[in-house]
Design a protein around this ligand. Structure first.
Ligand code: 0RA
Length: 644
């Protein structure tokens, strides 16, 4: 190539039209890069890197290095094949110049080497060139280093052969134009996030990001994930427990619409012991947060496979309805990544993939690999079905609750007549005792410190109805009294900030019925006021089980172990009084043992405790009594200890 004078734009017939194109990019950057804000600025880097990723996807590139320079320019260097520099047969100019000056040229013209591209809005490197005050492209190819420089998209030099080399690759350095972008400062954090994702979905490529603006260069990270999206799922679940190893599958599909070109799809799936859902979908390595056809295919196939095999395994009976999609997505971490020769995105910013044929492709892949997994790994499959069961029960319970709440007068704000309120109106210091039975309620009212302790007696026999269903419970007058005493409302109206007492304390007898009522109340709070538990407002009072007496000395025992150790202390010579109910204590005793903040032991309820109660609840409300009693006796006091 002949040397041309520096900084003299190189025009020939072919370039005139290209330059007009680039002028349009500068006039309306919004149409080409989605605006001139920070997001658009960073898109310039992604655009160049996307081209290098394309080389990696073509199997021709293993390393991409991105550098933010001190002057604010960015360099993207890769070891791909290098942008071709020869004269283009149609346009009669160097392909390098064509790629950098013609809109839509990119690497995809001529049906050549490229399978896929995630390139920005299909406008390619030329848009970056147009929006850069200066750009230098250096190509390592055919034994030589070639260079061409541009200003605001105009070629300043010809494609110059500047040296010899035995490697291949492309180095693009550009300075975003301050005439276009009000803020041209690249953010390391934004870029690193994107490159981490790209490295995960482009197996075997090393992406490095360095920031030369801060010495001694603390910002220098490399990403390389041999395991691709399997590593990605492990990374996302790094602090959580998986129920099984990551399930992975990939296929290359030929679909008729594409006339010989192929779609590549891969998925990685893992369920864990948590309830959130994180599914990420990528199209040509670009994250598509609004999903699209690839995500639809994944979701549909997962739900169908789980329903099919759960039914086959007898987990779902003939009379049971199918799990809904949501039932099957709780606790799921999954990634679907497709590479498509002609991706169609909903909008310029590429947040949603539209190609309809992709849905079926992903669906058949997931059906095959995940179905195979469910069939062979039966234990893992069982734990997934069990999770779905829990999700579906919770969904049905909360639906029933919402319906009920809508049609019931539970939002009343008048305080119930049975409430013995405290004089303090400061929730930070006040507490409410929910007490089983009117007689214990009477003792508690007399024994309390009325300044900060309120008492609400619940009539035991009503709550005691053994077969009470939870929706019946909401219809219950006692529970309605509880809701209005707390002041928080319920359902859509629920507002924890209106809680009238900072501590809500359940105080029931230390017997089977007491445990039963406690389970019921815990279940109620868990299903209808979970945030009250999460924020640490719910407690269980712990009355003593025994009074151990020796002449004038008397000691309360709160557990069997305590009773034994006191008995030893008294040399086996003592009187023992067993408390079966709160009513057996006089008001002073009740204050001293169970209500006085100086002496009492409260158990703070956490969500796990309440979840156990919730699971227990269904069993308790079943029709067979003996296992129920046994369960209550063994588990009722099995709550974490906490001194308050
Ligand atoms: C056009 C055709 C080919 C590669 C490229 C462009 C290409 C573009 C960029 C941008 C950054 N790095 C790049 N690397 C390659 C195919 C070349 C061939 O078939 O040899």
């Amino acid at each position: 190539m002949a040397q041309k004078q520096q900084s003299q734009p190189v025009y020939n017939e072919a370039t005139i039209q290209h330059l007009r194109g680039l002028e349009a990019v500068r006039k309306r950057p919004g149409m080409y890069v989605g605006g001139t804000d920070l997001k658009a600025l960073h898109h310039l880097v992604y655009e160049v890197v996307d081209n290098s990723i394309d080389e990696a996807l073509a199997g021709a590139c293993t390393s991409i290095e991105v550098t933010i320079h001190q002057d604010g320019a960015v360099t993207v260097l890769d070891n791909g094949r290098g942008i071709p520099v020869g004269i283009h047969p149609v346009d009669k100019i160097s392909t390098l110049q064509l790629v950098l000056t013609e809109l839509n040229a990119g690497g995809k013209f001529g049906g050549g080497g490229y399978k896929v591209s995630g390139g920005l809005h299909g406008v390619g490197l030329s848009a970056v060139n147009a929006l850069s005050s200066s750009l230098t492209a250096e190509v390592y190819r055919d034994g030589h280093i070639w260079r061409q420089t541009f200003e605001r998209g105009d070629p300043m030099t010809d494609v110059d052969k500047i040296d010899k080399t035995d490697t291949t690759g492309t180095r693009i350095t550009f300075m975003p134009d301050t005439e276009i972008f009000p803020d041209v400062e690249f953010r390391y954090d934004i870029l690193i996030q994107r490159f981490r994702e790209m490295a995960f979905v482009t197996r075997g490529v090393n992406i490095r990001l360095r920031d030369e603006r801060i010495e001694p260069f603390p910002n220098d990270h490399s990403f390389y994930f041999e395991g691709g999206i399997v590593s990605f799922v492990r990374y996302l679940n790094r602090n959580r427990k998986g129920l099984h190893n990551v399930v992975y599958g990939s296929r290359v599909f030929e679909v008729e619409e594409l006339k010989g070109e192929k779609i590549e799809a891969e998925v990685a799936i893992q369920y864990g012991d948590y309830y959130s859902e994180s599914i990420l979908a990528f199209a040509n390595t670009i994250n598509t947060p609004d999903g699209g056809s690839h995500l639809e295919g994944l979701r549909a196939a997962l739900t169908r496979a789980i329903n099919y095999y759960a039914r086959k395994a007898g987990v779902l009976k003939d009379s049971d309805p199918n799990f809904t999609g949501d039932d099957t997505y709780e606790g799921l971490t999954a990634i679907v990544s497709v590479k498509h020769p002609n991706p169609q995105f909903e909008s310029q910013t590429k947040v949603k993939l539209m190609n309809p044929e992709v849905k079926g492709v992903v669906q058949s892949l997931v059906t095959e690999v995940f179905g195979e997994f469910l069939q062979t790994e039966t234990r893992a499959a069982k734990s997934i079905y069990d999770k779905c069961l829990i999700s579906s029960r919770a969904r049905i319970a909360s639906k029933r609750a919402r319906e009920l709440i809508r049609s019931s007068p539970l939002q009343s704000t008048t305080l119930p007549g049975k409430l013995a309120d405290c004089s303090s109106t400061n929730p930070a210091e006040s507490e409410i005792y929910i007490v089983e039975g009117d007689s214990a309620g009477g003792s508690a009212k007399q024994g309390r410190d009325r300044h900060f302790q309120a008492i609400l007696p619940l009539r035991g026999k009503i709550l005691n109805t053994e077969r009470a269903r939870l929706d019946k419970v909401l219809d219950n007058r006692e529970v309605q009294a509880l809701i209005s005493a707390l002041g928080v409302g319920i359902g859509d109206e629920f507002d924890l900030s209106r809680l009238r007492y900072g501590r809500v304390i359940i105080m029931t007898d230390a017997d089977v019925d007491g445990a039963h009522i406690r389970t019921l109340l815990l279940t109620f709070f868990f299903r209808y006021m979970p945030s009250l538990i999460e924020e640490g407002h719910l407690f269980i009072a712990q009355p003593p089980l025994y009074l151990v007496k020796q002449r004038k000395k008397q000691i309360y025992a709160y557990s069997e172990a305590e009773r034994e150790s006191i008995a030893k202390q008294f040399d086996g010579n003592f009187d023992l009084q067993r408390y079966k109910g709160l009513g057996e204590m006089n008001p002073d005793q009740l204050w001293e043992t169970t209500m006085d903040p100086a002496n009492r032991i409260l158990l703070q309820v956490n969500v796990e405790d309440a979840a156990i109660a919730d699971r227990t609840f269904d069993m308790l409300m079943g029709s067979s009594v003996p296992p129920r009693r046994k369960f209550i006796q063994t588990h009722a006091r099995n709550v974490r200890n906490l001194d308050v």
